[in-house]
Write a protein that binds this ligand. Structure first.
Ligand code: NDP
Length: 478
């Protein structure tokens, strides 16, 4: 936990120095019931869902403007809440601004269908909100993940109950405040705080919640999927990954090495799309691995607000223990620790949850280290013989979130990109993410696609309407 419970409060601990970053009240079950009631009242009575789309869009744009105006304090708060470098936190606020801007535009331009008629009627579709939606987000990128769900859910006319992780509870209340100040009716966005096992479970099981949007680990995703199935409510699951990053012999080596290192060690590996397995074509395995190691050892691990910092601490002390246990197990599985594998010696970092960027090789593709998500700065290096061998190894996990391919051959990039089981394929680049492009996973990496116009439709249900045009009464039998 990044937080400790004090009576009815969660206390967020800054993982860079172990000091308190802030505290929030926990939502108890009665307060959850009241929040769901308030959300339904707001949904039915506030007029939000009935606003003409361009007027709803105006409020979403005002939220974007206010987020932009508060970029620095929000970024600083997120840095304290989960330890990410300040530059990354600024980027995440920019992302949130972009999400509200994009869904404002999408809200007022999204069209529905007039469908081909087969009789004397006019048939067409409209989109209706679900009502009250639960949005549950993880600790790694709070403001970004919150905006990815809240902006389209509001754009579609829903009321939202946002539950951030107990480990990073500080940003969601700020987003709610800003949204209300920007003109969102009271009750349309509320924050539910507390532990996932308690209030999270109560939220997804609540009879007043009509749709669930979840980002987090696959185990939790399964439990939420089961709860949604029991109540037959739609669910979107954005889950974990074990993404392969592939370097072919003809790749631009300098760019490939830089991307492999950035792809796993950016955000200290605490990214669902972290390229945690690098597959290197056999003939260039040794020199490419050497170049990866050289760049990895030069990564600047420092306080998140230090100039030039590349990697801050892990998001919590308990998460550091988890990552370290993962690395120890790799050793037991026969892995060779090539660098990292512990906390830095720099005494300035001694009070924080820092962990060195770690590279391991010598593991088979079936080793647990190559199958399970560390969600930390741990890279497993693996050689491959040819495309067939690569595809078998790379697809040989339960996950299918993302992948990267480095080759100068566009035909190979096309073949391999189509063959790899992943929701996002980056060719000669990595970890690009834009609000306007769908995002989600194959296999155990999730169900549904957020972002883009799909991201708006996710929070709406299609209603089909027929306008009768017949001049004579309907017959009982045709
Ligand atoms: P968790 O699955 O533990 O938690 C995610 C959220 O779910 C938190 O708010 C958590 O609350 C809550 N939660 C936990 N248990 C329940 C429950 N039974 N019912 C309802 N809510 C619950 O994931 P982490 O926070 O550890 O996040 C890391 C994971 O998220 C990684 O596996 C990563 O791959 C994935 N992720 C996926 C992304 C994607 O888009 N595909 C993006 C970012 C991360 P609490 O923390 O209070 O327990």
């Amino acid at each position: 936990m990044n937080t400790s419970s004090v009576a009815e409060e969660l206390v967020s601990i800054n993982p860079a120095n172990g000091e308190e970053a802030g505290r929030v009240p926990v939502t108890d079950p009665d307060a959850l019931d009241a929040a769901v009631d308030r959300a339904w009242r707001a949904f039915r009575d506030s007029g939000w869902k009935d606003l003409l789309p361009h007027r709803r869009a105006a409020v979403l744009r005002a939220i974007a403007e206010r987020l932009a105006a508060e970029k620095e304090p929000l970024a600083t708060l997120q840095m304290r809440d989960n330890g990410k470098p300040l530059s990354e936190c600024r980027g995440m606020v920019d992302y949130a601004v972009g999400a509200f801007q994009y869904y404002a535009s999408a809200c007022e331009t999204l069209e529905t269908d007039v469908t081909p008629s087969r009789g004397e009627y006019l048939s067409f579709t409209v989109l209706e909100p679900h009502g009250v939606v639960a949005a549950i987000t993880p600790w790694n990128s709070p403001i970004m993940n919150d905006a990815t769900k809240v902006a389209p859910a509001l754009a579609a006319g829903n009321a939202v109950l946002l539950k951030p992780s107990e480990d990073s509870p500080l940003l969601a209340p700020q987003l709610m405040r800003i949204a209300l100040e920007a003109g969102l009716p009271e009750g349309m966005l509320q924050v539910v705080q507390g532990r996932g096992a308690d209030i999270g479970t109560a939220l997804v099981g609540h009879s007043g919640v009509r749709m669930i949007s979840f980002t987090g680990g696959t185990t939790t995703g399964r439990a939420i999927g089961r709860a949604a199935a029991d109540r037959i409510v739609p669910v979107a699951l954005e889950l974990g990954g074990k993404s392969p990053h592939v370097v072919f012999a003809d790749a631009n080596r300098e760019h490939a090495v830089a991307a492999v290192v950035a792809g796993i060690f950016g955000s200290a590996g605490q990214s669902c799309v972290a390229g945690s397995r690098v597959f290197i074509e056999q003939g260039i395995y040794a020199p490419v691995l050497d170049a990866i190691l050289e760049r990895t050892k030069a990564i600047r691990v420092d306080m998140p607000d230090a100039p030039g910092v590349e990697m801050g601490p892990l998001s919590s002390f308990h998460h550091r223990e988890r990552v370290d246990a993962f690395v120890r197990r790799a050793g037991q599985e026969g892995g060779r620790l090539l660098c990292g594998g512990g906390a830095p010696e720099d005494p300035r970092l001694g009070r924080g949850a820092f962990y060195l960027p770690t590279v391991i090789d010598g593991l088979g593709p079936g080793a647990a280290t190559c199958q399970e998500e560390a969600f930390g700065p741990v890279l497993a290096a693996l050689p491959f013989r040819d495309e067939k061998d690569l595809i078998a190894q790379a697809n040989g996990t339960a996950f299918g979130l993302a992948c990267g391919i480095w080759t100068e051959s566009f035909k190979r990039a096309w073949r391999v990109g189509r063959a790899l089981e992943a929701g996002s394929v980056w060719i000669n680049t990595y970890k690009q993410s834009v609000t306007s492009t769908p995002f989600g996973g194959f296999k155990s990496s999730g169900i549904g696609r957020e972002k883009g116009l799909n991201g708006l439709r996710l929070y709406a249900q299609v209603k089909s309407m027929y306008f009768g045009l017949q001049e004579t009464p309907l017959p009982v039998a045709k």
